[in-house]
Structures are given as structure tokens and as C-alpha cells.
Design a protein around this ligand. Structure first.
Ligand code: PEP
Length: 253
């Protein structure tokens, strides 16, 4: 069985009602491969999730950009995994570097969030990635392994996890990792999964790349053997998101 290509669109904290309607129209009109080849999941801000879910084509799905670490209750400003499940939002992005860096989310906290979201029946796009300083210090693999380990310690079943490798220095900078740089880390992450979870998890878990992916660079990146899709920020708000989806290549597991 192949690893179905996965393309996520992270809209971050962007969009007015009119802009969101325009993006949905653009997606609905886009010509893309069938859902046997590519799984497309877009992640609008919370407030637009019900609208996007109800107006988006049925072969695309939605994700929240975060959820709370445990059962909801007296946690002002948070949105629980139970609420997402209740609204039939199937996916959630967890551990994005913007939250790790700006809001102090630790590896352990992200691991707890992933485990809780999965326990409530959500599917998780779990993000890992090193900063420029860490890459220059030669500790890329150490950093992403520690981030992945914090998840693996809390999770036994990886069926509903997509692992997103997002080097922080490439996010929103226009400085994309080269296909060789991305492939190297994806391959090492797969080896890490093989050694620390199981050969089956390593063979079947989709490892996607995020960091300044666009319509022009997506094709070559998508051809790398251990690269199973993309998490796209800026370009997911533009017509080129359709080109990125069309770069899909299914990898043999
Ligand atoms: C992201 O925010 O996950 C991301 C990859 O952003 P961008 O594509 O804009 O670099």
C-alpha cells in the first residue's frame, strides 16, 4: 500500500469573511487528482471553521490550528478536542513552531496535546522542526528526534498522525529547504520511527514538509522518496495552492 500524498493548508491568523469565501470558491473550482492520490486538508482560523466545512468541496477536509490539552471546562479562550469532534472537524494541527516559540509550548506539552486529541478521535498534523541556530550547530536531528520522542512516549497508535517536518528557518521566509535537505531529515525521521516505534509505523506514517513551499518548488520536493506531502502556509491562501496539490506523488510504503 502506498502513502497517500497529503497537502495541508495552514491559513494561520488570516482572512476576513469575504476573503475566506473567495479562497473556498478557488478551492472548489480547482482541478486536482482524485482523493485516492491526494488528501487535502485546509486549516482556517477557528471562527471560520463551520463556514468552510459547510461550503468546501466534499473531497477536501478541514483542520483546526490547535486545541486544548485536556477536557474542556474552566479554560478561558481555549477550544477543546471534544468541541472539534462535536463539530465534525476531523483534523487538528498541533506543535506548530509559531506556538512553540511564541507561546512556550514545550515538547512534553505538545506530546500531551497530541495524545489527548487522538484519544478524542481527532487526526493530528504534528509539527517538528529546528531553528537556524540549531541547524548551524549541527543539532537538527537531535532536535526533531526529541520533539518526535515526546509524542511517541504518549502515543502507541500512529495511524491518525501525519508528521510535519517544518524547519523554522524556512517558515514564512521564502527560504525553502532544498529537496536534498528535506529528504535527509525525512529519511532520518523515518529511521527514527523504525528504531523507536515499529517498522510498520515507519513505513506507513506520512512525513510531510513545510516551509516556503510554493507552486514552483513543490514538484521537485514532492519527488523525494521520503516526502509524503506538504504543510503550506502563505501559498495556501493563493491560487498556486492548486498547483501544489497537483504536485502529488504517492510513495510506496
Ligand atoms: C507553516 O506555517 O506551516 C508554513 C509552512 O508556512 P509557509 O508555507 O508560509 O512557510
Amino acid at each position: 500500500m502506498g502513502r497517500k500524498f497529503f497537502v495541508g493548508g495552514n491559513w494561520k491568523c488570516n482572512g476576513t469573511l469575504d476573503e475566506v469565501k473567495k479562497i473556498v470558491n478557488l478551492l472548489n473550482d480547482g482541478k486536482v487528482p482524485s482523493s485516492d492520490v491526494v488528501e487535502v486538508v485546509v486549516s482556517p482560523p477557528y471562527v471560520f471553521l463551520p463556514l468552510v466545512k459547510s461550503t468546501l468541496r466534499s473531497d477536501f477536509h478541514v483542520a483546526a490550528q490547535n486545541c486544548w490539552v485536556k477536557k474542556g471546562g474552566a479554560f478561558t479562550g481555549e477550544v477543546s478536542a471534544e468541541m472539534l469532534k462535536n463539530l465534525e472537524v476531523p483534523w487538528v494541527i498541533l506543535g506548530h513552531s509559531e506556538r512553540r516559540a511564541l507561546l512556550g509550548e514545550t515538547n512534553e506539552f505538545v506530546g500531551d496535546k497530541v495524545a489527548y486529541a487522538l484519544s478524542q478521535g481527532l487526526k493530528v498534523i504534528a509539527c517538528v522542526g529546528e531553528t537556524l541556530e540549531q541547524r548551524e550547530a549541527g543539532s537538527t536531528m537531535e532536535v526533531v528526534a526529541a520533539q518526535t520522542k515526546a509524542i511517541a512516549e504518549k502515543v502507541k497508535d500512529w495511524t491518525n498522525i501525519v508528521l510535519a517536518y517544518e524547519p523554522v528557518w524556512a517558515i514564512g521566509t521564502g527560504k525553502v529547504a532544498s529537496p536534498a535537505q528535506a529528504q535527509e531529515v525525512h529519511c532520518e525521521l523515518r529511521k527514527w520511527l523504525h528504531a523507536n516505534t515499529s517498522p510498520e509505523v515507519a513505513a506507513t506514517t506520512r512525513i510531510i514538509y513545510g516551509g516556503s513551499v510554493n507552486g514552483a518548488n513543490s514538484k521537485e520536493l514532492a519527488g523525494q522518496p521520503d516526502l509524503d506531502g506538504f504543510l503550506v502556509g502563505g501559498a495556501s491562501l493563493k491560487p498556486e495552492f492548486i498547483d501544489i496539490i497537483n504536485a502529488a506523488v504517492v510513495k510506496i510504503a
